[in-house]
Every structure is written in C-alpha cells, then in structure tokens.
Write a protein that binds this ligand. Structure first.
Ligand code: NAD
Length: 270
C-alpha cells in the first residue's frame, strides 16, 4: 500500500524515472526480427530487460539478438511461426527457461494482405485472422499462464490505428477488422485477468516510416496523401513508438489495463 507522501519521498525509494526501468525483467517479442518489433526489442533492452526475439525468419531474429548482445543486453533468438499453438507454447517455455521467468510479452507479429474487399480470398482472410487475431489470443493465454503464479505480468498487443479509422484510401478490410478484434480482445483479457496482477494493453501505431514505405515507389503518392491527413505533418518514426512500449512494459503503467495507446501524430482526430 502506498501513502500520499510516496509521491514526494519516492515510491519504494524509486523516483518516477526509476519506475520506467526494466532491470531484471524478462521480455519476449514476436515479429522481433524486423520493423516495429525490432525497435521494441531495442527499447526494452535499453531499458534493462533481457529479451527473447522471436520471428518466423530465424536469421532475422538471430541478427537482432546479436545487435542487442553488441549493446551488452542479454538476448536470445527463437525461430517460431506464431500462428502455430505448439510453437507458442515452446517459445514461452524457452523464454522462461532462458531467463527464469516471463514479465513482459509483446505480441507484435502481424500481416496485411492489402487486398480490396471484393477481391480478397477466404484463405487470405483466414490467414490474416490466424496471425493477427487468433495467434494474439493464444499467445496471451500461454504467456498469462506462466505469469499467474507470480501475480504480475505485462502483456502488450500490437494493434493499429486501422482499428479506429479506415486510413484513406487503403482497401484492407481484413486487416482493419483483425486489428479491431485485437483491441476488443485486449480489453476482454484485461478485465478477466486484472485481479491476478496481469495488465493487458495494446498499442496502435499510425503510419510508421519503415523500409517498406521508404523503398516503394508505388507508395509515394499514398505518402503524399497521408501527410495531409496527419495533424503532426509527418509520418511516424520507429523511435516515436519506443517510449510508449517501455511505459506499457514498466511499473509506471501498473494502474493501466485494457488501454489502446494510439501513437499516430493525431491522424485519428480528423
Ligand atoms: P514487418 O513486416 O516489418 O515485420 C514483421 C515481422 O514479423 C517480420 O520479421 C516477419 O518475419 C515476422 N512474422 C511474420 N509472420 C510471422 C509469423 N507467422 N510468426 C512469427 N513471425 C512472423 O512489420 P511491421 O511493419 O514492423 O509491423 C509489426 C506490427 O505492427 C504488425 O502487427 C503490424 O500490423 C503492426 N503495425 C504496423 C504499422 C506500420 O506502419 N508498419 C502500423 C500499425 C500497425
């Protein structure tokens, strides 16, 4: 139990910045081999956590784990297809045995079939939901099971701004619906597990300037259009997401659960 004076004397001897630190915590990140997941892996590692980098592409995961090791961050890499429940059970168990527990789990791997509603095949719809939604649920459940005995854990799902608005002029109903479901899933699990010390939140990035956007000539006209839709006047950078993920993973956010942290330069406002 904290007291009113803790805010002035330091909560448990810790300042507000101390409460953002992740020293001694163990984390896993799916889709950690590239893009947003790679940026999350570096953010959590820099904040003090040991990190398991999980990816379908084992070489990418290994390369990111090596980047972390080069910064003196304890890290392992695990190859896994996150849409396979047996693989989920394995990477959770492997993370626990490598680091002695699991404090932070980031379910980030996702795909966007980028297909218009009138064209998308039923198989592509199913594939999108199998990874973005079903796998997120199964991962949350297996991660929570190892967190329950300790009465503490942080689960963070990567959703998307597309859970809230339809970013004009993209035609991606399957992706948008799968990410909307992630937000509702997050709220539901947060409510079910709050009294067991598990916090379940999600992050919804806006349009982030990744290699895909930088290198694609086809996307250039879209970028022009998006820039007029974003009050902040620029696309998001990977660094724009890093503070948010550390906040959600840390004790600084212990009283927050079921929240969707939207980081989109204000794009959902207009
Ligand atoms: P990315 O394609 O750059 O990286 C995704 C990583 O996930 C890759 O390394 C890939 O190998 C891995 N992966 C794919 N399928 C997998 C599977 N079945 N099992 C394990 N790993 C798998 O993607 P990104 O742009 O970094 O996106 C990461 C997450 O952020 C996704 O959930 C995406 O929907 C979401 N998101 C991205 C943006 C954006 O602008 N890039 C915006 C909002 C939300």
């Amino acid at each position: 139990m904290t007291t009113q004076d803790d805010v002035y004397t330091g909560l448990g001897g810790k300042t507000v910045l101390d409460r953002f630190r992740l020293d001694g915590k163990s984390a896993l990140i799916t889709g950690g081999g590239a893009g947003i997941g790679r940026a999350f892996a570096h953010a959590l590692g820099e904040a003090g956590a040991s990190v398991a980098v999980i990816d379908l592409d084992g070489d990418r995961a290994e390369a990111v784990a090596q980047e972390l090791a080069d910064k003196n961050i304890e890290a392992i890499s695990l190859q896994a297809d996150v849409s396979d429940e047996a693989a989920i059970e394995r990477f959770v168990a492997d993370t626990v045995s490598a680091f002695g527990g699991l404090d932070i789990a980031i379910n980030n791997a996702g795909i966007n079939p980028n297909a218009a509603a009138e064209d998308i095949t039923a198989d592509d719809w199913d594939r999108t939901f199998a990874l973005n939604t079903r796998a997120a649920f199964l991962a949350c459940r297996h991660e929570a099971r190892v967190m329950f005995p300790r009465g503490y854990g942080k689960i963070i799902n990567t959703a998307s701004m597309a859970s809230l608005i339809v970013p004009h002029p993209q035609k991606q109903a399957a992706y948008n619906a799968s990410k909307g479901a992630v937000v509702t899933l997050t709220r539901s699990l947060a409510a079910e597990w709050a009294d067991r010390g598990i916090r379940v939140n999600c992050m919804s990035p806006g349009i982030i300037r990744t290699a895909l956007i930088e290198e694609s000539e086809a996307l250039a006209p879209l970028v022009e259009r998006w820039l007029t839709d974003i009050p902040a006047g620029r696309l998001g950078e990977l660094t724009d997401l890093q503070g948010g993920i550390v906040y959600l993973a840390s004790a600084a956010s212990d009283y927050m659960t079921g929240h969707n942290l939207v980081i989109e330069g204000g794009q959902t406002l207009w």
